[in-house]
Write a protein that binds this ligand. Structure first.
Ligand code: C2O
Length: 561
């Protein structure tokens, strides 16, 4: 096994898109940032040099970090942030995982531009893929280009200010549909050789949008998701929510020519009124094809932007690949703890207001789990340190995530969808440092129930430090008496980010066997900022090889609060 070393210099760089020059925070001046390519079993060392004006951390999204929660990169949970003009070196191993993951800043909104691919190849080389060896492997990172200052946007979310994003991107390129974005060739171009097979490693690094991805005249065969193999599934459209990855084979078997690759966001914030396009496109171009001047590439027919059914079907069709050495089957059948978590919105009182007359300008909207919104506890020490030193001070800071919603109602009743000013119908809620403790080895089942309070969004729920079995999903209200029978306990997909369908639910199971404090949150940037977060605390086991080791010696120290 090798040591793979990178230096990430984080700094602000001017970029011009949509006719405007914008200051953006990038790693090594690249958008998207550098790809990390490793082999299963390697150690990774990344020196982060923070030359930006922001406090930041880098999270290795989907890396299990077994016995290494310290490297998980969540500010004030696992570490103090890296302050401006400070450095920190992350060290971790990738073991027992292969496929596509990614890395991103875990500071709200720096993630929009501070991200990149993390590709883990099999120990025995590409010939051990459980699918035909591809001619080439290509990361496809879907993202967003924001017109507005994201630091202000982050503040704005908590203060009811409207957000505008500028454009969607494929590998950082806007394509030819936007003002000032130039010609087709300025968009992302994938050159292919006729008859060859390509492995696209698709990552959704966007803050807001779930994407539909299509290539005119071509089909995808999805072979992996979130660095776990899936039963090969052939489809003409990929649906990918923020945080998810999809590995898909594409065979260049169409008539040699040029074909659009289109990414359409199926739920997203308001486009900038100056540039109201949402879609982005690049091209797949057959080599040695002399395109006649003025010849337009073939366009795919896209699903309707408001139609979330293709996404529900796509996700429900993913199953785990059996008989692969990395597949941790069988699914545990004995469940120790069950949680039913409703995802919603609520209102809290602004500081300094009484909110007695429920004036909507005295409240603001927060995102919730079981009607409580996460609030970072005000301590100047990362919680993982308090946990490691076993101080009971930590427990005083936390509130237990209830195992079900405070009241039962028709969660998906469209009548709940708040018309007009949304605060009007939302109920008052509270903020707390929500957490749930698990004994080492606990088998946990979670049902995430989407609610109409969310204005009909779907939610990508992401768990750090563990992969989960996706047992079933459906529309409407979860009903154990009916839905348990539908659980796939044979070959469920294994994921770190699960798609909770709009007005629907998903049931997952996982073994809490990685000691530490793990973020569990919605991967929509705004839901994270708004508090759709809880901490899963996994206690040490009885032996040293099931206990959290000491923190790295050179850990950053915190700013005083
Ligand atoms: Cu990719 Cu906590 O996130």
């Amino acid at each position: 096994a090798a040591v793979v070393e990178h230096t990430f210099i984080v700094s602000q760089v001017k970029m011009t898109h949509l006719c405007n020059e914008t200051l953006v925070t990038l790693v090594n001046g690249q958008f998207p940032g550098p790809a990390i390519e490793v082999t299963d079993g390697d150690s990774v060392t990344v020196h982060v040099v923070n030359k930006s004006p922001y406090d930041l951390t880098i999270h290795w999204h989907g890396v299990k970090q077994q016995l290494n929660c310290w490297a998980d990169g969540v500010p004030m949970i696992t570490q103090c942030p890296i302050l401006p003009n400070h450095n920190f070196t992350y060290k971790f191993n990738v073991a027992g995982q292969e496929g596509t993951l990614w890395w991103h800043a875990h500071v709200a909104f720096l993630q929009a531009t501070v991200h990149g691919a993390l590709v883990i190849r099999p120990r025995h080389g590409a010939s051990s893929y459980p699918f035909p060896k591809p001619h080439k492997e290509i990361p496809i990172i879907l993202g967003e280009w924001w017109q507005m200052d994201l630091e202000r946007a982050d503040w704005g979310i908590a203060h009811g200010v409207d957000l505008y994003f500028g454009a969607s991107t494929i590998n950082g390129k806007l394509g030819d549909l936007y003002n000032c974005s130039g010609s087709i060739e300025d968009g992302y171009v994938l050159d292919v050789e006729p008859g060859k097979t390509y492995l696209l490693r698709v990552i959704n690094a966007a803050l807001f949008a779930e994407y539909y991805l299509k290539i005119a005249g071509h089909k995808f065969t999805v072979v992996a998701s979130d660095a776990n193999y899936v039963t090969p599934y052939t489809t003409d459209v990929i649906a990918i929510a923020p945080g998810e990855t999809m590995d898909a084979l594409v065979v260049a078997d169409a008539a040699p020519g040029r074909y659009y690759m289109v990414a359409l966001p199926n739920q997203s914030p308001e486009p900038d009124p100056q540039s109201p396009v949402l879609i982005t496109r690049g091209i797949v171009q057959y080599r040695r094809v002399q395109a006649p001047a003025g010849d337009t590439p073939v366009s795919p027919e896209m699903p309707d932007q408001d139609d979330l059914m293709p996404s529900l079907h796509f996700h429900a069709n993913l199953t785990g690949l059996l008989h692969h050495p990395h597949q941790p089957t069988p699914v545990p059948t004995q469940v120790d703890e069950r949680l039913f978590i409703t995802l919603g919105l609520g209102t809290v009182c602004r500081r300094g207001h009484s909110c007695k007359r429920s004036q909507s300008n005295e409240t603001f909207t927060v995102a919730t789990m079981n009607n409580i919104s996460f609030q970072q506890p005000a301590v100047a020490t990362p919680l993982l340190k308090l946990h490691y030193h076993n101080t009971n001070r930590m427990d005083m800071l936390l509130q237990e995530l209830p195992d079900k919603a405070p009241r039962v109602f028709n969660y998906t009743d469209p009548a709940l969808i708040p018309p007009g000013p949304k605060e009007a119908k939302l109920e008052p809620t509270s903020k707390a440092a929500l957490a749930r403790r698990f004994r080492h080895g606990t088998v946990v089942e979670v049902v995430f129930q989407g609610t109409a309070l969310l204005q009909s969004e779907s939610n990508p729920m992401h768990l750090h430090g563990h992969d989960v079995f996706v047992l079933a999903q459906g529309e409407g209200n979860y009903d154990a008496a009916r839905d348990v029978a539908r659980y796939n306990l044979v070959n469920p997909a294994i994921k770190n980010t699960v798609h909770v369908p709009r007005l629907g639910w998903v049931a997952i199971r996982f073994v809490a066997d990685n000691p530490g404090i793990w973020y569990m949150h919605c991967h929509f940037g705004f839901h994270l900022t708004m508090g759709m977060v809880a901490l899963f605390i996994v206690e040490d086991g009885l032996t040293t090889d099931t206990s959290l080791p000491a923190p790295p010696a050179d850990f950053p120290s915190c700013r005083h609060i």
